[in-house]
Design a protein around this ligand. Structure first.
Ligand code: F6P
Length: 527
């Protein structure tokens, strides 16, 4: 029996609240015990990754309370209910099945006489066959020439995740000789986005993927027509240059005007759709279906480890609990995602949607207001670029921002140079190690302007190199962390009503039915 209780009803949360300033790792990390602490507070993840939380303000006493909180909140049981097909998305009355696209975690999930896993697998197989035919030149442009570029049109979850994953693997694929097609993305309704991408593309050899789960998103439908206009004007038949990925219930479904169509269903949330056909089409076309399958394997392995009730063996669960402690007990308002890997340049932007659209809520699953803070503000940039930008505030600002570092021993391209006795990759990793200690330990200075207070907690996920498999595991880690935090806050993490009001007012502006401030602001732009 699962109890969907608010966080502040849980006894272990009350206990946690009494432990606000329990741990200062400053002394320990700066002293001779530092190495021991770094070795002790680490959890092996899947696909060769490790979660290290030595620089978090955590000790064994806190871990015991966090374990009790996890048990009392029934986090693992709630995950089990989710992957076994319970209607966890209470707002939209839907199941939440993105784990099933990458493997079977529990029972068969059936609906409308269909087996969900079989449906997702059939779509993956259909995409793999299609991608293979494009690569082999069996599906070509009207002149019988191979497509060389794939251009995805979509926004939000139909853009951020797939784009971040493509960028994450582009150099890896080039180095491994599996970059089969270049990918580009058009998302913004700003016509300069589409115009810029089209100007940089060879239209005659471009295959567009129109991606919209709902099939109703204003930006995506506008960009579809924008692109079709360019194609027609270039003497190309849009129907021979565009495929669609949508849900079975969308207005775009079953439309012969697309060269091919692939499907998700209502149980795959947009921001959790990178491992579904939404990410599958572009990633399989760009890198081949074998790379996409490895990506799914990594994600599935991470999902399997997320089933473990022992928080010291389940990195996603532990990460979620530490994040909750920082947000609800220590009162920290934001979390920065800081990958020391250029390949992950858009990963923070993807997690921004995944986290903030999921847990940026003020009512619980039953629609009742909650009396505690929920999702933090998420932001980030790759290191070392961020160091020369917003790290000033992170080191010396008045807010403490918990940090999530990601790093790899080796770069993907295999290309490097030695300058002043070290390679660029070594410089990158040295910066990462330095930042963790600088944030945690700080540095006292008699000049207050040069004083670093320290006490700024961070975690580190690291691995040997970023591959399709480790990327899948990294993505699933964060998806599962977000899910566990939503359970802790007793939220429905799987709808997004907060995006609706703006959409409604935009329609009102465009139809002219406005007055007051809305009309005045629209008038500024001549609408
Ligand atoms: O407006 C928000 C949103 O619904 C996101 O949740 C979603 O990822 C995005 O729009 C795109 O939606 P669709 O795939 O239906 O076009």
């Amino acid at each position: 029996m699962i109890n969907w209780e608010n966080l502040d009803k849980l006894e272990s949360f009350k206990k946690l609240q009494s432990l606000r300033n329990l741990v200062s790792v400053q002394q320990e990390l700066a002293g001779t015990g530092g190495a021991e602490r770094v070795a002790k507070y680490a959890v092996p993840m899947s696909a060769g990754l490790t979660y290290n939380y030595a620089a978090k303000q955590i000790n064994t006493q806190l871990l015991t309370v966090l374990q009790a909180l996890s048990d009392e909140a029934q986090l693992v049981q709630k995950f089990e209910a989710l992957y076994n097909g319970d209607v966890i998305n209470t707002g939209e009355k839907r199941k939440v099945l993105h784990h099933l696209v990458r493997g079977q975690l529990g029972k068969d999930v059936e609906y409308d006489g269909k087996n969900a896993r079989a449906f997702y697998k059939a779509q993956q197989d259909a995409i793999a066959a299609f991608a293979g035919n494009v690569h082999d030149g069996k599906i070509t442009n009207a002149k019988g020439e191979k497509f060389t570029t794939v251009i995805q049109i979509g926004i939000g979850g139909s853009d951020l995740g797939p784009r971040a994953m493509y960028l994450a693997l582009e150099q890896w694929a080039r180095a491994h000789g599996t970059l089969k097609m270049n990918a580009k993305f058009i998302s913004n309704v700003d016509p300069d986005d589409g115009a810029g991408v089209i100007a940089s593309a060879d239209l005659a050899h471009s295959l567009f993927i129109l991606v919209s789960k709902s099939g109703t998103t204003q930006e995506t439908l506008a960009n579809e027509l924008f692109v079709k206009d360019f194609l027609s004007k270039a003497g190309l038949d849009p129907a021979k240059h565009m495929i669609a990925v949508t849900s079975e219930t969308s207005p775009l479904a079953n439309n012969p005007a697309y060269l091919a169509s692939f499907y998700i269903d209502d149980f795959i949330g947009g921001r959790f759709s990178s491992t579904s056909a939404v990410g599958g089409a572009v990633l399989s076309l760009a890198f081949g279906s074998a790379a996409f399958a490895d990506f799914l394997t990594g994600a599935h392995e991470a999902d399997v480890s997320a089933k473990n009730a022992d928080i010291t063996k389940n990195a996603a669960l532990l990460d979620a609990l530490i994040g909750l402690y920082e947000r609800n007990v220590q009162g920290y308002p934001a979390t920065a995602i800081l990958p020391y890997s250029q390949a992950l340049s858009r990963f923070p932007a993807h997690l921004q949607q995944a986290d903030m659209e999921s847990n940026g809520k003020q009512v619980n699953r039953r629609g009742e207001p909650v009396a505690y803070a929920t999702g933090p503000v998420i932001f980030g940039e790759p290191g070392t670029n961020g160091q020369h930008s917003f790290y000033q505030l992170l080191h010396q600002g008045t807010d403490i921002v918990p940090l999530q570092f990601v790093g790899f021993l080796d770069n993907q391209s295999g290309k490097d140079v030695t300058v002043d006795g070290s390679t660029s990759q070594k410089k990158l990793c040295a910066n990462l190690a330095a930042q963790i200690v600088a944030f945690a330990c700080g540095k006292q200075d008699t000049d207050p302007n040069k004083n670093f207070p320290g006490g700024r907690p961070s975690s580190l996920i690291y691995g040997k190199t970023l591959t399709p498999e480790s990327l899948g595991a990294l993505l699933a880690h964060y998806e599962n962390k977000i899910m566990f935090q939503g359970f802790l806050w007793n939220l429905n993490s799987f709808d997004q009503e907060g995006v609706q009001l703006g959409k409604k007012l935009t329609k009102q502006v465009l139809s002219g039915g406005t007055d007051g401030a809305l009309k005045a602001f629209a008038n500024i732009f001549g609408i």
